[in-house]
Design a protein around this ligand. Structure first.
Ligand SMILES: Nc1nc2c(c(=O)[nH]1)N[C@H]1C(S)=C(S)[C@@H](COP(=O)(O)OP(=O)(O)OC[C@H]3O[C@@H](n4cnc5c(N)ncnc54)[C@H](O)[C@@H]3O)O[C@H]1N2
Ligand code: MOO
Ligand SMILES: [Mg+2]
Length: 407
């Protein structure tokens, strides 16, 4: 029997990092930067007004008040987007709008509220010290500054900063392409009236969601019957030209465990038992002329889900050029539970304010408890009992950062 670490290492040996890709900002949301973003311009790009009002020399409005306004000639308007280079003569004002470039010679803005709103001549009722209501060139970002570091996840604020820095395209980690093949005569698509013995193919829905939430792309999805010939021919030329193939089902000891039967014949896929629960039967290797990496996941839904987190996620990360290691966090057990011992057990838990507790029935067919869970607790092979207050290692669930409700 392999350890979890041994099997993960065997999987990682099957893949190499794909090259980073360049995408326009409109497609960059949620992507992971593969290179620093460097500002192409200063931000602000030029000294400009923070208020609608009048550009002045502060010395010209010293002492202005409501009781004793300062009256100045107005030498025209400067709107945002005005590309002319204005010069403010001493003793006059210019009407200026928010974001409009400051005329040379001006050193302060008097807001329109502190004036009579004059167009050719204005009475100003407020003094303004040097720099008042001005936004200075480069006070936020300097041209050449690294504004976003490689490794940063691009959210709305980050894409806004890149855009303002006049960067139109960014280099991001690639999205590995994944084909998902669910197998089993019993499977029908969601929404189908079920005959006795049939079940819904929830694994392909789950795996497609996990793949997408992990930042990869589903490029092919085929439900397959347990028909060896059809499966063998499909696996010779996998649909979607993926970087990775995932199968579910058919890898255990059953008479109709066709994935194992068909792929064992190729000699390029190993079927092993891994000392973990759930997720013991696993397979991995390469298929087809392209020698595409394949991971064969067990059919039980929770086994497949756990196997994704433990094995597929590190492989997707490696394909994307990222550190494959999936971080764990520590938490306290809010209640005790027993573990199998001799195998690593991945307990589905809910992390609350008082710690982590099992989310319900832990059978490898129980999606109800899975859907409640926020984390997998990793209980090592030497531990058979978790006690309240024990420290446990938690793996976050892929997609847990998405909005979720409760049953
Ligand atoms: N005699 C033994 N039987 C089993 C062993 C064993 O060691 N000896 N291992 C058990 C363990 S552990 C697991 S895990 C499963 C692995 O099963 P398979 O990978 O062979 O998968 P299937 O037999 O095709 O299906 C198992 C189970 O999962 C349901 N299933 C399959 N595909 C889907 C899908 N796409 N969506 C939803 N549910 C699915 C299927 O109906 C079965 O109930 O083997 C144990 N048996
Ligand atoms: O290894 Mo199986 O995954 O326990 O149900
Ligand atoms: Mg089976």
């Amino acid at each position: 029997m392999r350890t979890v670490d041994e099997h993960r290492a065997a999987l990682l040996a099957l893949v190499a990092a794909l090259p980073p890709v360049t995408v326009p900002l409109s497609e960059a949301l949620g992507r992971l930067l593969a290179a620093d973003v460097v500002a192409a311009v200063d931000l602000p790009g030029f000294d400009n007004s923070a208020m609608d009002g009048y550009a002045v020399r502060s010395a010209d409005v010293a002492g202005a008040s409501a009781a004793s306004p300062v009256v100045l000639d107005v030498d025209g308007d400067i709107a945002a987007g005005d590309t002319r280079r204005h010069v403010l003569r001493p003793g006059v004002a210019m009407r200026i709008m928010t974001g409009a470039p400051l005329p040379e010679g001006a050193d302060a803005i008097v807001p329109v509220e502190a004036s009579d709103g004059g167009v050719s001549r204005v009475a100003l009722t407020l003094a303004a010290e040097v720099g008042r209501h001005l936004r200075s060139q480069g006070e936020d970002v300097h041209v050449g500054d690294v504004v976003l570091r490689g490794g940063t996840r691009l959210g709305p604020g980050q894409v806004a900063l890149a855009a303002a820095s006049n960067v139109a395209v960014v280099t991001v980690a690639p999205r590995p392409r994944v084909t998902i093949l669910s197998t089993g005569d019993e499977l029908v698509p969601p929404g189908t009236p079920l005959e006795h013995g049939q079940i819904v193919d929830s694994n392909s829905v789950m795996l497609a969601a996990l793949v997408s939430a992990a930042g990869a792309e589903v490029v092919g999805r085929s439900p397959l019957d347990d028909d060896a010939e059809a499966m063998a021919s499909l696996l010779r030329d996998v649909p979607g030209q993926p970087d990775l193939v995932l199968t579910t089902g058919g890898v255990s000891m059953g008479a109709y465990d066709t994935v194992k039967e068909v792929l064992s014949d190729t000699g390029t896929v190993d079927f092993v038992k891994v000392a973990m629960r759930p997720g013991m039967p696993q397979g991995a290797g390469v298929v087809g002329e392209q020698r595409t990496p394949i991971i064969t996941l067990p059919g039980n839904p929770v086994s497949s889900f756990v196997s994704f987190h433990v094995f597929v996620l590190p492989v997707l990360r490696a394909l994307a050029g990222l550190d494959p290691e999936v971080a764990t966090t520590e938490a306290m057990a809010a209640e005790g539970w027993s573990s199998i011992g001799g195998k690593v057990e991945f307990t589905r838990v809910v992390l609350g304010a008082d710690g982590a507790r099992p989310s319900g029935g832990q059978g490898s067919h129980m999606l109800g408890a899975l859907a409640e869970a926020t984390h997998l607790a990793v209980v090592d092979a030497e531990t058979t009992q978790i006690r309240p207050g024990d420290t446990v290692q938690l793996v976050s669930l892929v997609g847990e950062n998405l909005p979720r409700g409760h049953r």
